[in-house]
Design a protein around this ligand. Structure first.
Ligand code: NAP
Ligand code: SF4
Length: 676
């Protein structure tokens, strides 16, 4: 029966020999769970929850067809029957939830993080310090055989299909692009020779596994690197792999070493769907669009308008395992939307930790949150409705406790209300607030807006637990002139309460300083549209030239802004690993300057006086903005302690240093779960 809310997205589709219940694919996510001692039950719980949540097809994290192709030491390799036991519980969990599941087969080539790396050419990738050894012709033949063996083993484990990872700059793309393929034998040189490797991989797999196993090829739909393919070449590759036996084509966008953002918050939703549409015009198998598709309305419009046959969402399934079930029952406003921050997923992977999700700390930690009810239902007061307080109040109420949430301001959200005023963050942070707002209503939390909770009242009210989530107070450095009228706090600037001049000095180079600089230098009209975004980063949607790159269009900007810090570290070094470079590149394009290793001497009518390397300088600033970090606002906890009442602190009220929404939501959720 047709779904009333998303009739095309949630309609079935046939891929090869398999009928999928809808057109939503959970794209491959590297979680690093496989490196954990209890990997298998945790992976099964992770995928099982997404299958129960209604997704049509799950594609697993990458598993290598041979040892040389592994992501890192400890990562999964499927090269023998002795490894099948690692996969069977995962397949069973997906099937129990009614989803199909495909194993992603990934050979990392030059991107491998170990010391036996191989590639089409002996070279180093710009994002990997390790030098790769060139594969011999015999080793290439063996690698193709390894792909076929891996596919046959996947079939034996019960997988419905495999996805051959042919994008993002991994081994297959290293063969297809002249950037990394410098061979002169039959595997290099002409375009026909360079695509021989992926075409042979597909042909040999199909020969080995027959028609039953669903074969998906994830093609690099736009390379976004110099020496990548042109649009015509991508189309020719798509046609050849279809002939070789592929059942569907998924799309990957850009190589990991590309300097164009492809998945960050500042990338407009659906910005790269055009690349899937181009391919759909030349093949007859279903084509799957990907990247920054995080809500069902956009997904429906993509498939309903024929831009693609299916959509792949990866991080949105970390954020909400029930994405499809909620969409299917008209509860779209209950979806916990992926805000594309990368903080708890990619940045964790890059720092060798298990992935999770900023907005859903249970992701990849499902087994730590068993669905057992608390021993008794408690009366709980939560003070402060920033991310920590919201997560705590809603989680506790969802578990059945009676929760009062006190907020001194006139709206919920705390620091989230600042984030959603920053250009590029408006849409996604507003979604996070919408999610919590709805969850407060559904879970029955009693919200008291405009109420400053007093220690005496709280202590007298007889709560079983009092949780302090009162957040932070902006730090006010102490140097001469700090009270000069031109010195203002970031709070006043972001909330539009301060007048900011043309020449600006920002004290601090943390995340908030970068956000303030973005806000003050932006000369556009808020959220960029897809066309503006592609022009700014030099992306040619026609992919006329190699890699789909063109000359970036300079961005209009305003104000003369300088960020200063006392330390000698690289400014902005503490921004997210996967997103910091985007902020830095963008601000440098707007002429924002940075000063390191300074001491602040004074502020006066002339501006900010500082000393650097023993020399005195004057920065002629009209406005000096303090973004100098925060201190905990734990006054209420102190007052309660004075009355002998116990309270628990979470988020910034507990520890302001390095506070972010990720830690706040995690602490709030975990504390609420522990109350029984
Ligand atoms: P932060 O990252 O701790 O940065 C504070 C800055 O203030 C530093 O550059 C520091 O540099 C300077 N500072 C500290 N004490 C000072 C003092 N007494 N006098 C003068 N300068 C001082 O804090 P934040 O920028 O407020 O950010 C808070 C949290 O929010 C961070 O965890 C951040 O990750 C998160 N956040 C992230 C983003 C993002 O990634 N886009 C955006 C917003 C917020 P020196 O000590 O070298 O002078
Ligand atoms: Fe999305 Fe951020 Fe969660 Fe990653 S951590 S899944 S980017 S919300």
């Amino acid at each position: 029966m047709q779904n009333a809310y998303y009739p095309v997205l949630l309609s079935p589709i046939q891929i090869g020999a398999h009928a999928l219940r809808n057109r939503v694919v959970m794209g491959s996510l590297h979680t690093r769970l496989e490196n954990e001692p209890d990997a298998i039950p945790r992976l099964a719980a992770f995928y099982g929850a997404r299958a129960q949540g209604g997704v049509g097809l799950i594609i697993t994290g990458g598993t290598s067809p041979n040892f040389a192709g592994r992501v890192e030491d400890g990562a999964q390799v499927l090269d023998g029957v002795d490894k099948l036991a690692e996969h069977i519980p995962i397949v069973q969990a997906a099937h129990a939830g009614g989803a199909k599941i495909a194993l992603q087969v990934l050979h990392t080539g030059l991107y491998a993080k170990h010391n036996e790396i191989v590639g089409p050419t002996a070279m180093r990738s710009p994002i990997n310090p390790r030098l790769a050894r060139e594969l011999s012709s015999a080793e290439i033949e063996q690698t193709i055989e390894d792909y076929a063996t891996c596919a046959a083993l996947a079939q034996q484990a019960g997988y419905d299909g495999i996805e051959i990872m042919g994008s993002e700059g991994y081994l297959i793309t290293q063969f297809t692009a002249s950037r990394t393929n410098k061979r002169t034998d039959q595997w290099g040189g002409s375009f026909e020779n360079r695509i021989r490797f992926p075409v042979e991989v597909v042909r040999r797999i199909r020969q080995r596994v027959g028609a039953d196993l669903m074969l998906i090829f994830r093609i690099s739909a736009i390379d976004l690197v110099e020496g990548g393919l042109t649009g015509d070449e991508i189309n020719r590759l798509a046609i050849e792999i279809e002939k070789a036996g592929i059942d569907a084509i998924n799309t990957g966008i850009g190589w990991h070493e590309s300097t164009v953002p492809t998945i960050a918050t500042s990338v407009p939703r659906g910005a790269f769907v055009f690349a899937a549409t181009r391919i759909r015009q030349v093949v007859s198998v279903p084509v799957i669009a990907s990247n920054r598709i995080n809500m069902p309305d956009l997904a429906e419009s993509i498939v309903a308008s024929g831009q693609a046959d299916m959509v792949s969402l990866a991080r949105p399934f970390l954020a909400d395992p029930d994405f499809v079930a909620k969409a299917a029952s008209g509860r779209t406003d209950e979806i916990n939307t992926c805000i594309a921050c990368n903080q708890a997923c990619l940045d964790m992977i890059f720092t060798h930790r298990v992935a999770s999700c900023l907005v859903n700390p249970k992701a990849c930690h499902e087994t730590e949150f068993p669905d057992t009810p608390p021993r008794a239902l408690r009366r709980i007061a939560v003070v402060g409705s920033g991310p920590a307080g919201l997560a705590c109040a809603t989680t506790a109420a969802d578990r059945g406790h009676r929760v009062d949430l006190f907020e001194a301001g006139d709206q919920i959200g705390g620091q989230l209300n600042l984030a959603r005023r920053i250009p590029g963050k408006e849409q996604e942070f507003s979604e996070l607030l919408r999610y919590f707002d709805k969850r407060l209503k559904n879970s029955g939390v009693q919200v008291h807006l405009g109420v400053t909770a007093e220690a005496g009242q709280l202590a007298a009210a007889g709560y079983d637990r009092i949780v302090i989530a009162t957040g932070i107070r902006p730090r006010r450095p102490d140097f001469p002139g700090i009270d000069h009228p031109k010195v203002v706090s970031y709070l006043d600037v972001i909330l539009g309460r301060a007048t900011v001049g043309e020449r600006v000095a920002i004290i601090g180079t943390g995340g908030i300083a970068y956000d303030v600089a973005e806000l003050l230098t932006e000369a556009g009209h808020g959220q960029q549209d897809v066309k503006e975004f592609l022009a700014l980063w030099g992306v040619d949607p026609a992919i006329s030239e190699s890699g789909g790159l063109t000359r970036p269009q300079p961005e209009p900007h305003r104000r003369d802004v300088t960020l200063l810090q006392r330390s000698h570290a690289k400014p902005g070094a503490r921004l997210g690993k996967s997103t910091g470079w985007i902020h830095r590149a963008r601000l440098s394009g707007r002429g924002v300057k940075t000063v390191s290793g300074c001491t602040y001497d004074r502020v006066d009518d002339a501006g900010l006086h500082y000393t650097c390397d023993g020399k005195q300088h004057l920065l002629q600033a009209d406005t000096v903005i303090l973004c100098a970090g925060q201190d905990p606002d734990d006054r209420l906890a102190g007052a309660l302690a004075g009355r002998g009442a116990q309270a628990e602190l979470i988020g910034g009220a507990r520890l302001a240093s390095e506070l972010d929404a990720m830690r706040a939501i995690d602490e709030g959720t975990r504390l609420a779960w522990s109350i029984d």
